[in-house]
Design a protein around this ligand. Structure first.
Ligand code: GRG
Length: 333
């Protein structure tokens, strides 16, 4: 069957219907269809955010397990906040490749754990120094620097532990591939490396190329890993689909950061749940400082278009990825 078979289905035409009425009918139908898709996506998002919360809750030791303070702080840092964009991306990519939802759970959770780890360390005084995260006190403000440091360390180990002990991933090669992707994305050639470039560049204006390199590592690498881990959760993912997902994730990962820079400049602290205007305060180069607000918005749309192009061969089976990209572009925090 043709992939876009819907476009070739003739509508039943009432001879009395004028062209104008027909156009209005089509517009109405399209609007209804769009509203239905939006509603379905919102339900999918809420469902999987709740699912991820349960998975994380079940795999982080309880707050009465020794050492209690560390476990309490780990739970504080991970649970009850965050958009779970990386987990959603893993689920959407996994479903696109035909993976069972349950098989995506732990790989998706492992990415969220690494992400939470990076936020805890990023907020510390020696890094970005922020007292607010996800609308509450950042971990070091609540539990002190030493515990925050350990929270990061322990969340990172837990992320790798979850993949290694996952009973639904039967194939050892599949596990190794995931561990490899996650390790690369979080290490010195990925997120930690991007953060190092970020720290070195405070007060030094970056070129657009340098800024892009920094964000491809600092933010993009983990987003790309989330999508790939989702894809690798399928036992027989198609190579072309994996390539498409990889291309999609690279483009949308950078778009995510451009939108983040725009939000940092435009949104308020309460909406963001973290201190707004932080980049300017720290004299950091951002897409907004380098390009200006309007060109930064234009760049975000170009990256979005690039991400969409990666999926252009695919029909409805890629809709979750498309809708997630839309969500990333139009988020308010
Ligand atoms: C983790 C290996 C490792 C090292 C730590 C601190 C650090 C090195 C890296 C910082 C990486 C970092 C904080 C990047 C910023 C990425 C970003 C835009 C975070 C905000 O992500 P959202 O909006 O947050 O998805 P929520 O709260 O919704 O999960």
């Amino acid at each position: 069957m043709h992939r876009n078979w819907l476009h070739f289905c003739p509508l039943t035409i009432n001879p009395a219907t004028t062209d104008k009425a027909m156009t209005e009918l089509n517009l109405d139908q399209k609007q209804d269809q769009k509203a239905e898709q939006k509603e379905a996506f919102e339900a999918w998002t809420a469902d999987l955010q709740a699912r991820m919360e349960n998975v994380l809750d079940a795999h982080i030791p309880s707050a009465d397990t020794l050492p209690t303070k560390l476990h309490e702080a780990m739970r504080y840092s991970v649970l009850g906040g965050g958009k779970r964009v990386r987990a959603l991306l893993a689920y959407a990519a996994g479903e696109f490749c035909g993976a069972e939802l349950a098989t995506i759970d732990l790989p998706a959770a492992s990415v969220e754990l690494i992400h939470a780890f990076s936020l805890v360390h990023d907020d510390m005084p020696c890094m970005d120094d922020d007292e607010l995260r996800r609308g509450k006190l950042s971990t070091h403000k609540k539990y002190g620097d030493a515990i925050a440091l350990l929270v990061g360390d322990a969340l990172q180990s837990l992320a790798f532990q979850l993949i290694s002990q996952d009973k639904l991933l039967k194939n050892a090669t599949q596990k190794l591939q995931m561990l490899h992707v996650l390790a690369l994305a979080s290490g010195s050639r990925g997120m930690a490396g991007g953060q190092a470039i970020d720290l070195e560049s405070i007060g030094i204006p970056l070129t657009r190329e340098e800024l892009e390199q920094m964000h491809i590592h600092k933010t993009g690498a983990l987003i790309r890993a989330a999508a790939l881990l989702g894809a690798y959760s399928s036992h027989n993912a198609n190579e072309d689909k994996i390539k498409a997902i990889d291309h999609f994730a690279k483009a949308i990962g950078l778009a995510f950061q451009v939108v983040d820079d725009i939000l940092d400049a435009e949104a308020d602290t309460q909406t963001l749940g973290k201190t707004a205007g932080k980049d300017a305060q720290h004299n950091k180069s951002t897409y907004v400082t380098i390009l200006g607000l309007s060109a930064a918005k234009q760049l975000a749309s170009e990256l979005h278009a690039n991400a969409m192009a990666a999926l252009s061969y695919y029909g409805r089976e890629a809709d979750l990825l498309r809708q997630l990209a839309h969500f990333i572009m139009h988020r308010s925090f």
